[in-house]
Write a protein of this length. Structure first.
Length: 94
């Protein structure tokens, strides 16, 4: 059920992006140091948002998720080392 909800939300967001691009069809020019790029305003805004989401996701992944995964792996190794002597002691008692 939750999967369908995300599909519907994604479709609505895509539809909103298409409508936004259609409404903002006026040409806009981006002037870079090495050249210019002329595209519709809606495409420029949506592309900027998408690039921003990618950059924010990369920073989040590198700054939060990777260190947490490394810490989790370290804690799992510590737990396995702590369980090994207890399992060996339990095997000697039987």
């Amino acid at each position: 059920m939750l999967r369908w909800l995300w599909i519907v939300i994604g479709a609505l967001v895509a539809l909103a992006g298409i409508v936004f691009s259609a409404i903002n069809g006026a040409p806009a020019t981006l002037d870079f140091y090495f050249g210019t790029l002329s595209l519709p305003l809606g495409i420029i805004v949506l592309s900027s948002l998408f690039i921003g989401f990618l950059l924010a996701g990369t920073v989040l992944w590198g700054g939060v998720i990777v260190p947490l995964r490394l810490r989790l792996a370290s804690l799992r190794r510590q737990a396995q080392r702590a369980e090994a002597p207890a399992a060996a002691a339990a095997g000697k008692r039987d």
